[in-house]
Design a protein around this ligand. Structure first.
Ligand SMILES: NC(=O)c1ccc[n+]([C@@H]2O[C@H](COP(=O)([O-])OP(=O)(O)OC[C@H]3O[C@@H](n4cnc5c(N)ncnc54)[C@H](OP(=O)(O)O)[C@@H]3O)[C@@H](O)[C@H]2O)c1
Length: 284
């Protein structure tokens, strides 16, 4: 397949490019340095060059606190930018896989969310991604909406690196106990997306590593596996953690639709082990 990936320099986009190239697909990657997804002409040019059968749309404004401070900018990139990409798919007859988030749910109910539950975003990032979902559904009939959560990936900054860095520096750790979701290894997610897009089974999917955890449990597991078992973490409530964006409390995603196609991801603690091994951070 000829596959165009937007956001190809990001955490997930770069993993996808690696996995799909290794599977002999013809992959073209674009990112803000080459094509801005809100630029209709630039996007048209990229489609004309790549002539994609499938577009995997990862590009987004993902800094949730920035989105909370600049909701119009979040909508411009995650809503309008997605519309530009979807319109180009329509013109070129390409299928579209849109990467979305657990933050489209309100997180009020203490049970995992299924693919068919009604979104109800409660912050500007979640709202802008939900707008993106609607645009994709309205414009492109051959679409996948793939929701995921709490990505950890090689390269760049993530929650695991931040926690381990503070432990290394002997800084106090205070981590939220009542924000719960599914930590997901970008490497596993990319492999699952590659499997899914090979099925032509369009629809809504939740792809996350199995199981769930609070931020505190995620941090505890990372510290234990990296040899910082003696480091204490003070449990705090979401309300005690000062930040601009308010994340949903229990936005746990349950994979039922992809599981019916035989696509599941391993449990998140195992994925974390693999991640730490690959980073050379796992304690012997
Ligand atoms: N990370 C998570 O925990 C998480 C969880 C759930 C869902 N998701 C979704 O998964 C997808 C991939 O996430 P990720 O963590 O890989 O994100 P990422 O690392 O932030 O990658 C997104 C890429 O898109 C680029 N970009 C931003 N605005 C753009 C524009 N106007 N035109 C072209 N490119 C633009 C970014 O460039 P800059 O870095 O320069 O902005 C970045 O390289 C996103 O759609 C996100 O909403 C992520």
């Amino acid at each position: 397949m000829r596959i165009l990936i937007t956001g190809a320099d990001g955490r997930l986009g770069s993993e996808l490019a690696r996995v799909l190239t290794a599977q002999q697909h013809t992959v073209t990657g674009i990112d803000i340095g080459t094509v801005d997804i809100t630029d209709r002409e630039g996007v048209s040019g990229a489609f004309a060059t790549a002539s994609p059968d499938l577009v995997i749309h990862c590009a987004a404004l993902t800094a949730v606190d920035f989105c909370a401070e600049h909701p119009d900018e979040a909508l411009r990139i995650n809503g309008y930018g997605t519309q530009v990409v979807a319109q180009a798919c329509l013109r070129h007859g390409a299928a579209l896989a849109y990467i979305s988030t657990n933050e489209v749910f309100d997180g009020q109910q203490c049970r995992p969310r299924l693919e068919y539950d009604a979104p109800r975003p409660t912050n500007p990032y979640g709202y802008s991604k939900w707008v993106g979902e609607q645009v994709v559904r309205d414009l492109v009939s051959r679409h996948y909406i793939i929701r995921t959560s709490w990505l950890f990936a090689h390269g760049g900054h993530n929650f695991v690196h931040a926690v381990l860095q503070r432990a290394r520096e002997g800084q106090p750790l205070r981590v939220v106990v009542n924000e719960v979701s599914s930590p997901t290894y970008a490497h596993d997610l990319a492999a699952a997306i590659a499997q899914l897009v090979a099925t032509d089974s369009y629809g809504i999917y939740h792809l996350v590593n199995e199981g769930y955890a609070s931020r505190w449990q995620f941090a505890r597991q990372a510290l234990d596996q990296a040899g910082f078992g003696a480091v204490l973490i003070e449990p705090i409530a979401l309300t005690e953690f000062a930040r601009t964006s308010r994340p949903p409390q229990y936005a746990i995603l349950r994979n039922t639709a992809a599981a019916r196609l035989g696509i599941t991801l391993r449990p998140w603690p195992e994925a974390l082990t693999a991640f730490l091994e690959a980073e050379g951070l796992r304690a012997r």
